[in-house]
Design a protein around this ligand. Structure first.
Ligand SMILES: NC(=O)c1ccc[n+]([C@@H]2O[C@H](COP(=O)([O-])OP(=O)(O)OC[C@H]3O[C@@H](n4cnc5c(N)ncnc54)[C@H](OP(=O)(O)O)[C@@H]3O)[C@@H](O)[C@H]2O)c1
Length: 298
């Protein structure tokens, strides 16, 4: 919940001006929190008509972007995925100016898909990256592009993002009669409150310089899909959907849905929580789903 993130974060100096490239689901939440904490925030979306868009940026067309947008910017957050060639859309368009402005902090939202498959073992930021999916190979190449610019950068590697309006509650509502079981398979997750909360914490923490360039942002409890959906069903007070084995269910899955089940890893948050001292707002899916349930439209 927005109020909880704001309550647990430090105010930002009034000179803080944050540009959020790609303010979709996570970006909008980050923007709301940062504004409440005192920052000026400008958000891009691909179409200026979309909710929460302050300026239009679509890497696939040539819309002119006013230079004034970049004036006095202190922080940049990019939530835009790689393009089809594995290039970063923000760097492609803004590389020169990014290197000129005196930025205090740059956050790049990446994915834990860059680790590849660890057969259910834990991965930390020092684990080897071995992406297998095309989208994760492209993502790793964007991480490297960002790293090459010499900016005060932190790369946030995120697992499955969820929160109000995008959680297992909606999954159950859309597909009440089946849940997929693959024994031994776990997924890590992160609630959008903790994406926003972690970013505010890192911005504050890094005012003395950046010591950790790559940070996993995940909750404490990687968990099996059936376990999470069962808890969601309990909240909704509906019977548990039928369980179908992955072998059978995967025959009807889209390639993209199937690809998520081909990798199994637990994402460690020790750097964020133990070394950098961030306190999770939702330490596990139960706390996160309880929050989603409060605003769930039955
Ligand atoms: N969803 C997950 O579970 C998950 C997990 C790990 C990492 N990630 C990554 O974390 C980031 C944030 O996730 P999210 O779920 O908040 O993303 P999201 O809601 O899909 O937002 C992505 C943003 O990027 C913008 N965008 C996409 N293509 C663009 C282009 N060619 N040019 C300019 N802008 C473009 C979108 O514009 P519009 O607002 O106009 O749509 C949107 O604002 C994304 O990079 C995502 O891939 C997601």
């Amino acid at each position: 919940m927005l109020e909880e993130v704001v309550k647990s974060s430090q105010p930002l100096p009034s000179s803080t001006k944050i540009l959020i490239f790609g303010a979709g689901y996570s970006g909008q939440h980050i923007a709301k929190v940062a504004r409440k904490l005192g920052a000026t925030v400008l958000c891009s979306r691909r179409n200026i008509e979309k909710a929460g868009a302050d300026f239009e940026f679509n890497s696939e067309n040539k819309t002119l972007i006013s230079d004034t947008i970049m004036e006095n910017v202190t922080h940049i957050i990019s939530c835009i995925p790689p393009n089809k060639l594995g290039q970063d859309p923000v760097i492609q368009r803004f590389k020169k100016i990014l290197k000129k402005i005196p930025l205090k902090w740059v956050g790049y939202l990446s994915t834990t898909g860059v680790y590849g498959d660890y057969q259910g073992e834990w991965v930390s930021e020092s684990s080897l990256t071995s992406p297998r999916q095309e989208r994760s190979i492209r993502r790793l190449s964007c991480e490297k592009e960002w790293q090459s610019l010499g900016l005060p950068l932190q790369i946030l590697r995120l697992p499955g993002i969820y929160g109000p309006g995008r959680s297992s509650l909606e999954v159950l509502k859309a597909n009440k009669n089946m849940m997929v079981n693959k024994p031994g398979q776990v997924f890590s997750r992160i609630h959008i409150d903790d994406i926003a909360g972690a970013i505010m914490h890192l911005i504050n923490f890094c005012s003395d310089g950046i010591k950790h360039e790559i940070i996993n942002v995940a909750d404490n409890n990687p968990a099996n899909n059936v376990e999470v959906l069962s808890y969601a069903a309990k909240l909704l007070e509906i019977p548990l959907p039928r369980i179908e084995s992955f072998e059978i269910a995967s025959k009807h899955m889209s390639p993209i849905a199937r690809s998520f089940w081909q990798e199994n890893r637990k994402v460690s948050n020790k750097t964020l929580c133990n070394i950098l001292g961030y306190n999770l707002i939702h330490s596990d899916y139960k706390s996160g789903l309880d929050d989603c349930f409060k605003s769930f439209n039955q």
